[in-house]
Design a protein around this ligand. Structure first.
Ligand code: HEC
Length: 105
């Protein structure tokens, strides 16, 4: 019970930050992106990277398929025909943040 109360207070505090929640998600997504994706994709996701294509504007659906499962949504035409990118299912909990970041710039 104590834990639940502490969690609620924590959530409330987070919710009262100066920036809107969407910005926070995008900021967290950028951190994940810079740490996990820029070995292959460009630091600016609008540009082609050393190995990967530009992925700015990628939908949540596309990210889920490609990042978690190494596949594409049904009917989606991939930007590349290669299959070099390894699936990273450990990033499942960061997916909404990644989607917020990539969708926001
Ligand atoms: C080991 C290099 C590598 C890493 C790390 C990597 N990618 Fe990729 N990514 C690629 C390559 C190369 C492609 C092109 C398709 C392929 O070869 O798998 C790609 C394709 C994609 C696509 C599909 C683009 C399209 O529209 O066809 C998305 C979305 C994507 N990457 C997102 C990410 C995200 C988000 C991360 C970090 C969590 C990430 N990638 C990390 C190499 C990488």
């Amino acid at each position: 019970m104590r834990l639940a109360v502490a969690a609620l207070i924590g959530l409330t505090l987070v919710g009262c930050g100066e920036r809107p929640a969407a910005d926070d998600a995008a900021a967290r997504g950028q951190t994940v992106y810079l740490a996990q994706c820029t070995a292959c994709h460009a630091t600016n996701p609008a540009h082609p990277g050393p190995l990967g294509p530009p992925i700015k504007g990628s939908s949540r659906e596309l990210l889920e398929a490609k990042v978690l499962h190494g596949t594409y949504p049904p009917g989606y035409t991939p930007k590349r025909t290669s299959t070099l990118m390894p699936p990273m299912p450990q990033l499942a909990s960061s997916l909404p943040d990644l989607a917020a970041f990539l969708g926001s710039r």
